[in-house]
Design a binder for this molecule. Structure first.
Ligand code: IMP
Length: 430
């Protein structure tokens, strides 16, 4: 039975929350494999908009099991707050939400160093979400991180924390001019988190293996997007994890051959939040239209997102790196009312025209998009549920994306609500 991965094809914020929410109706388990509280997955639940940072969007579907996998970094305070928000909406996570014992913890010094190091970088700042992500992964990679299992063993937590603080406090005080942190206070704070999170900590690899053995279906929920991937994105303007498909295998202990379908989520235009190159960026009134109509403000930080035309160079990169089988196109309705629309098909970098993502971020910063211009549409696509309802020009736009990527678009989102979706029958999906 299928294991389906849902992956962002751009710089995150493609609308994966809605796609996962829709697909999770058809699966048994939804699992997050990387990232942490930097993600903001927006789901419309009843009349409310809820933003999840760490809990998979499948939690809104009664009875579905949700997993926060080994490859993630967990901020326990944020996680508990999310659980509390869900409870106010009548959503219980008991026996439905499981956190890998091997997932790493985000500690207070990770958040502090994130903010301080960004401030120190000045104009070269990455523009992080300030959630401590990069520093939690730094500690993981340098093999001094604290994990969920450490949280459950207070003596070990205190010991590892002391070792960490002996370095971190030097950094905080000497480099950043901040107050040193008190280990006892942190242990006391994390002791309270441990009490509440302990029942959710488990061996998620085993849970997944047993579920697959019983023939259950799993949705792998990627956070961020391909262009924010630490290896395959616009380094250094990336996040510190692997949102692409390899991250799903590593982060959940899942063999690559167990993954049956990989779905790429692409917004009908491009956005990014934070620093780094964005070749199709529009700083004119069209960019403002996309930002206003698309409500393009960061769901974690509230920052305005940078907006631009769809970029087929980026999409093709995502298709290859992730081995995409399908594309789900989101926010098509945001383009309603534009006289013309455009898609980048290549970049001009100096005297060269290239069709691939350059390795050097400076080349990407120089890149001028080669634009394929298409007629826009005045009639609304908003709320459409069938392809026939789309204006001719919108249909041509969709077909053009299929042509440029060589992949079928199996669903189109035409508004934030569950029902505002064009869903094509798909033999690959359950
Ligand atoms: P970090 O993940 O907080 O370290 O931020 C690194 C980069 O990734 C910054 O440009 C952030 O704006 C971006 N980023 C992180 N998470 C998201 C997300 O969920 N959506 C969009 N951008 C993100």
């Amino acid at each position: 039975m299928p294991v389906i991965a849902v992956i962002g094809t751009q710089w995150g914020d493609e609308g994966k929350g809605k796609v996962v929410d829709l697909l999770s109706e058809r699966v048994d388990i939804v699992a997050r494999y990387q990232g942490g509280s930097n993600a903001g997955h927006t789901v419309i639940f009843g009349h409310e908009t809820i933003v999840l940072h760490q809990i998979p969007s499948g939690i809104f579907r009664p009875g579905k099991v949700c997993i926060i996998g080994t490859g993630t970094v967990v901020d326990p305070a944020v996680l508990l707050q999310e659980i509390a928000v869900l409870a106010t909406h009548g959503i219980e996570v008991h026996e439905r939400l499981w956190v890998s014992g091997k997932a790493h913890l985000i500690m207070p010094y990770h958040r502090q160093i994130d903010a301080a190091s960004e401030a120190r970088k000045g104009p070269r700042a990455i523009g992080t979400t300030g959630r401590g992500i990069g520093w939690a992964y730094t500690d993981k990679m340098s093999r001094q991180g604290l994990r969920m299992i450490d949280l459950l063993d207070e003596a070990r937590l205190a010991e590892k924390l002391a070792a960490n603080l002996s370095e971190k406090n030097v950094l905080l005080e000497s480099l950043y001019g901040l107050e040193p942190l008190d280990g006892e206070a942190i242990v006391a704070e994390y002791r309270e988190y441990a009490k509440r999170l302990a029942p959710m900590v488990t061996d998620t690899e085993r849970l997944i293996k047993e579920a697959l053995g019983r023939g259950e279906t799993i949705l792998l929920e990627g956070a961020q997007g391909t262009m924010l991937d630490i290896d395959q994105g616009t380094y250094p303007y990336v996040t510190s994890s692997t949102p692409t498909i390899g991250g799903a295998c590593a982060g959940l202990g899942l063999p690559p051959k167990a993954i049956d379908v990989v779905i790429g989520v692409a917004k009908a235009y491009t956005t990014r939040v934070g620093g780094g190159p964005l070749p199709t960026e529009l700083t004119d009134e069209v960019g403002a239209h996309l930002r206003d109509e698309g409500q393009e403000y960061g769901s974690t930080t509230g920052r305005p997102r940078r907006c631009g035309w769809l970029d087929a160079v980026v999409l093709r990169h995502a298709c290859w790196i992730n081995g995409l089988d399908r594309i789900v196109l989101t926010k098509l309705d945001v383009l309603d009312g534009l006289e013309r629309v455009a898609i980048a098909t290549a970049y001009r970098i100096g005297a060269e025209t290239v069709e691939v993502i350059p390795a050097d971020v400076r080349a990407m910063e120089e890149a001028e998009p080669v634009l394929l211009e298409l007629e826009g549409w005045r009639e609304p696509t908003a709320g459409a549920t069938t392809l026939e309802e789309l204006p001719e020009a919108a249909r041509r736009y969709v077909e053009q994306i299929e042509k440029l990527t060589g992949l079928p678009i199996v669903a189109i989102s035409t508004g934030p609500e569950r029902g505002q979706t064009i869903l094509q029958p798909d033999p690959l999906l359950p």
